[in-house]
Design a protein around this ligand. Structure first.
Ligand SMILES: C[S@@+](CC[C@H](N)C(=O)[O-])C[C@H]1O[C@@H](n2cnc3c(N)ncnc32)[C@H](O)[C@@H]1O
Length: 310
């Protein structure tokens, strides 16, 4: 790890489990950080789900990124940051694909397995809602996927500024997130997604943030060339199978915040389990898909030069 990145980081990946504090609720392990509202679990089951979700995403898009960074990633010492890296699924695959680049993952509650970590990847603890532990202009490419459950609505402008701050001039930023409703929803799905929507609002989160990402990037005067792509369905040739995986992923994820949903819907444990099972069936039958929005942009190279003339 070169000094430029490492000077702000205190712990290597293997030290992180000692640094994290957890709480156990209904047999699942959750992070216990005071400064985070993130409500999904931090345990082995969640690691498996995140890996499943990653490979599903990879198959849906047939690639891991859209920003035009391939040439940068092939350069010796290129630096990449994955914000909210989770199990490190995206990070580790990218690190293996681009061995000349250095990959850093940051997460409020890192839960990766160090046994599958490539040598050119590191994961450190950090909260994007506070200041990221990196100097300005450090990374060639910054990526963030599915962090809407961890970022309060009023913190998004700050978070986007943080992501932009750590990208170097000429480098790229890419953010992907999803909606929490879907176009075709069965009755069980509607009930559950309505409750998820309420849960987001109760936590001060923004369930519609994916549709605001493009504007956040456009409003940032250090960025230009903002692209936005919306995926509304799975359209690969193995879509049938992917919809089954998509359903499985959503069912497992939903069970991860069971107690909160049960209290919002005022239903019993058995009613919840039945409802989630029905939702899984509806997802497959109706090809339910929550739209995903991907935005990417480049940090201007001449931004500082322009400031000199103001
Ligand atoms: C849904 S998971 C997505 C993981 C990964 N980005 C992926 O796509 O596989 C969200 C991750 O963001 C992390 N997270 C939540 N709030 C965060 C915050 N404020 N700062 C950093 N990481 C956060 C969680 O701990 C979790 O690992």
């Amino acid at each position: 790890m070169d000094n430029e990145i490492s000077k702000n980081q205190s712990k290597g990946a293997s030290d992180l489990s000692n640094e994290n504090t957890f709480k156990i609720v209904d047999g699942r392990k959750y992070h216990n950080e005071n400064n985070s509202i993130y409500f999904l679990p931090s345990d082995n089951e969640e690691i498996d789900r995140l890996h499943l979700q990653h490979y599903m995403q990879k198959n849906i898009y047939q690639r891991n990124f859209f920003a035009p960074v391939e040439h940068l990633l092939k350069q010796e010492g290129a630096k990449v940051l994955d914000v909210g890296t989770g199990a490190g699924s995206w990070l580790f695959e990218m690190a293996a694909d681009y061995p000349k680049a250095k990959f850093i993952g940051v997460d409020i509650s890192p839960i990766h397995s160090s046994h599958i970590k490539p040598n050119n990847a590191e994961i450190i603890k950090g909260n994007v809602v506070e200041r990221l532990p990196f100097d300005d202009n450090t990374f060639d490419y910054v990526f963030q996927r599915f962090l809407s459950p961890g970022i309060p609505e009023n913190k998004w402008p700050f978070v986007i500024n943080e992501l932009v701050r750590v990208v170097r001039p000429g480098g790229f930023l890419e953010v992907l997130d999803c909606e929490y409703k879907a176009s075709t929803m069965g009755p069980a799905t509607t009930k559950i997604l309505d409750a998820v929507f309420v849960m987001f609002q109760e936590f001060g989160l923004d369930p519609n943030v994916c549709y605001k990402l493009q504007n956040y990037l456009k409003e940032n005067e250090q960025l230009h060339d903002v692209h936005c792509e919306i995926k509304k369905e799975i359209d690969t040739k193995d879509a049938e199978e992917l919809y089954k995986l998509y359903s499985k992923n959503y069912v497992i994820a939903t069970k991860g915040f069971k107690s909160k949903l049960m209290s919002i819907m005022k239903i019993s444990n058995d009613e919840f389990d039945n409802l989630v099972e029905k939702m899984g069936e509806e997802y497959v039958k109706l090809k339910t898909f929550s739209p995903q929005v991907r935005v990417y942009a480049q940090k201007k190279t001449n931004y500082c030069d322009n400031l000199k003339f103001l």
